[in-house]
Design a protein around this ligand. Structure first.
Ligand SMILES: Cc1cc2nc3c(=O)[nH]c(=O)nc-3n(C[C@H](O)[C@H](O)[C@H](O)COP(=O)(O)OP(=O)(O)OC[C@H]3O[C@@H](n4cnc5c(N)ncnc54)[C@H](O)[C@@H]3O)c2cc1C
Length: 323
C-alpha cells in the first residue's frame, strides 16, 4: 500500500543533515509510490532542499529565527506543510530537536508518536515502528490506531543510497511566528574532534580500566584506527569516577551510538549501558570475566586482562595501517 510521508528535516551547517537524508531514503522505500515530502527550516533551507534525494515535494523557510530551535515556531511552520500534504506518516530524527518536536507534533495533531525507533516498515499496509524497550534488552513493535503515524528515528536506521533526484516542487513556509520562548544564552559544547554518535568505530572504556590514565590507551586504539573514524566513549561508572567527560558517556542516560564496530573494554555490559550501544553492527568485548554480561551482546570477545590485550591490539592495528 502506498503512503504519503512527510520528513521533518534538519540543517547541519546549511546543508540537509545526514539523518535527514537517511530518513528520506527510508521514506522513499516505505512510500511505495506515495508522495514523499520534506520540511527544512533555517538559513540556507531553500538551497539545501535541492540535495534532498527521495523527496518529491519540499517546504522550506530561510528565516534565521528558525536556526535556534524553538518548538512553538517550528510546529506552526510544520503544520502548514502537514495541511498541504495530509501525510499518513511523519518521520522525525531522534535528535535534540526531534525529541521535543515528536511529542509536540503528536499533541498538536491529536495523534500518537513512537519515540526512538530503529526501524519503520509497512506490514500488510499498516505502518509498524520498532524500538528498543526494557533498557535495550528487548524490541517492541508498535502499530498506530490514529493518523498520521509519527515516529522519531535513530540515526543510521536507514541507509542512504547513491543517486536519486531531489524535489520537483518547493513551497516557501511562513516566516517564524512570535515565540513564547526566549533564548537567554547559548554555549557551545566543548567536545572536540569526531563525536561518538558520528564515529564508525567507538572504543569504550569501563570501570574495569582501573583509572583515568588507562583512557589514554583507549585513545591510542582510536588513533591507530584513525581519528576520522574512531572516537572514545565511556561507561557511566567511569564517567562518575571522573575518568572521562560526561559528553562521552554511552547508555540510557548518555548517548546512543550505532557504529559499525563497538569495542567494549572492561565494560560489564549492564542493561543501562547496552541501551546506548546495542544497535551497533558488531560488538567486540575485552573482559577478564568469562561470565560478564557483555558476552550476551558481543559477536567476538577476548577473555583476558585488558592490560595485556590492549597493547597487543594497538601493535597489530599499527602494523595493519602501516604505522
Ligand atoms: C537509571 C540508571 C541509568 C544508568 N545509565 C547508564 C548509562 O547511561 N551508561 C552506563 O554505562 N551505565 C549506566 N548505568 C549504570 C549501569 O547500571 C552500570 O553500573 C555501569 O554501566 C557499569 O559500568 P562498567 O561496566 O564500566 O563497570 P562494572 O560493572 O564495574 O564492570 C567492569 C568490568 O570490567 C571488567 N574488568 C575489571 N578489570 C579488568 C581487566 N583488568 N581487564 C579486563 N576486564 C576487566 C570486569 O570483569 C567487569 O565486567 C545506569 C544505571 C541506572 C540505575
Amino acid at each position: 500500500m502506498s503512503h504519503n510521508i512527510l520528513v521533518i528535516g534538519e540543517l547541519d551547517e546549511g546543508s540537509a543533515s545526514a539523518t535527514t537524508l537517511e530518513l528520506l531514503a527510508g521514506a522513499s522505500e516505505i512510500a511505495s509510490g506515495g508522495n514523499v515530502s520534506v520540511t527544512l527550516l533555517g538559513v540556507g533551507a531553500s538551497q539545501a532542499v535541492g540535495a534532498c534525494a527521495g523527496a518529491n515535494t519540499a517546504y522550506a523557510s530561510d528565516d534565521a529565527q528558525y536556526d535556534d530551535f524553538r518548538g512553538d515556531q517550528w510546529i506552526s511552520a510544520i503544520q502548514s506543510a502537514v495541511e498541504s500534504e495530509t501525510p499518513d506518516v511523519i518521520l522525525v530524527a531522534q535528535s535534540i530537536v526531534g525529541r521535543e518536536l515528536g511529542p509536540r507534533l503528536s499533541h498538536k495533531l491529536g495523534t500518537a508518536v513512537a519515540m526512538d525507533c530503529v526501524s519503520i516498515s509497512d506490514v500488510d499496509g499498516s505502518i509498524k515502528a520498532t524500538r528498543p524497550c526494557f533498557g535495550g534488552n528487548a524490541m517492541a513493535t508498535y502499530g498506530f490506531s490514529t493518523s498520521p503515524a509519527i515516529a522519531t528515528v535513530r540515526a543510521k536506521s536507514f541507509e542512504v543510497t547513491e543517486g536519486g533526484s531531489g524535489p520537483t516542487t518547493s513551497t516557501e513556509l511562513p516566516a517564524a511566528s512570535q515565540s513564547r520562548t526566549e533564548i537567554i544564552a547559548t554555549e557551545a559544547a566543548t567536545a572536540e574532534g569526531l563525536q561518538i554518535q558520528d564515529a564508525t568505530v567507538v572504543v569504550c572504556g569501563g570501570r574495569g580500566l582501573g583509572d583515568a590514565e588507562a583512557f589514554g590507551e583507549m585513545e591510542s586504539i582510536a588513533s591507530a584506527i584513525g581519528l576520522d573514524k574512531a572516537a572514545v566513549g565511556a561507561s557511566r561508572a567511569a564517567v562518575d569516577l571522573g575518568w572521562y567527560p560526561p559528553s562521552q558517556q554511552v547508555g540510557l542516560t548518555g548517548k546512543v551510538v550505532t557504529p559499525d564496530l563497538y569495542l567494549a573494554v572492561a565494560v560489564s555490559g549492564a542493561s543501562q549501558h547496552m541501551a546506548g550501544c546495542s544497535g551497533s553492527k558488531t560488538i567486540v568485548g575485552i573482559n577478564r570475566d568469562e561470565e560478564a554480561n557483555i558476552w550476551s551482546f558481543s559477536r567476538y570477545g577476548i577473555i583476558g586482562d585488558y592490560k595485556q590485550v590492549v597493547p597487543a591490539l594497538i601493535e597489530e592495528l599499527k602494523k595493519a595501517s602501516g604505522n
